[in-house]
Design a protein around this ligand. Structure first.
Ligand code: C2E
Ligand code: C2E
Length: 91
């Protein structure tokens, strides 16, 4: 896309996230719950997160943002559009 095009949003599917075993998804589940609480936003099926939050989560998971993104896409928690958001960040 053009330089003025905004990056795609990182949108978590909270229903799918709740179905991932917490030994894997626990840190992300707690992070998302904290954001919901800070926003006072509890009724959504989806939660848009900041690009910065993906960087933070990558540190928590000890992975690069792109590897973490692939994992979250694999869980069905992010859609494949998120790949472009990360390319925008790292590229
Ligand atoms: P804050 O960062 O000082 O943001 C204050 C308010 O600015 C937010 O209140 C929200 O109304 C607005 N705001 C800031 N950034 C954005 C944005 O990218 N998009 C939109 N639509 N609005 C934005 P809110 O939502 O009640 O959040 C309160 C506080 O909770 C925020 O204060 C921040 O400290 C924290 N927070 C909320 N959501 C997130 C998040 O996704 N990631 C992180 N790291 N912190 C968050
Ligand atoms: P969005 O609200 O459509 O914002 C898109 C982008 O505009 C944000 O990407 C950020 O780069 C910029 N932006 C919007 N509002 C603010 C602001 O108040 N302060 C600053 N410094 N930048 C702002 P980002 O950060 O990747 O966030 C992606 C999406 O995550 C946001 O889309 C919004 O849906 C959600 N979000 C992020 N932070 C907050 C927050 O504090 N509160 C709420 N309610 N939503 C948030």
């Amino acid at each position: 896309g053009g330089a003025a095009e905004p990056p795609p949003k990182l949108v978590l599917d909270l229903e799918r996230l709740s179905q991932v075993p917490s030994d894997k998804a626990g840190p992300l589940q707690r992070y998302a719950a904290t954001i919901q609480s800070q926003r006072g936003d509890y009724n959504g099926k989806v939660l848009s997160i900041r690009q910065d939050d993906l960087r933070t989560l990558a540190v928590i998971y000890d992975q690069s943002p792109s590897v973490l993104t692939e994992q979250l896409i694999g869980w069905g928690v992010l859609d494949s559009d998120a790949r472009r958001a990360v390319q925008h960040e790292e590229g």
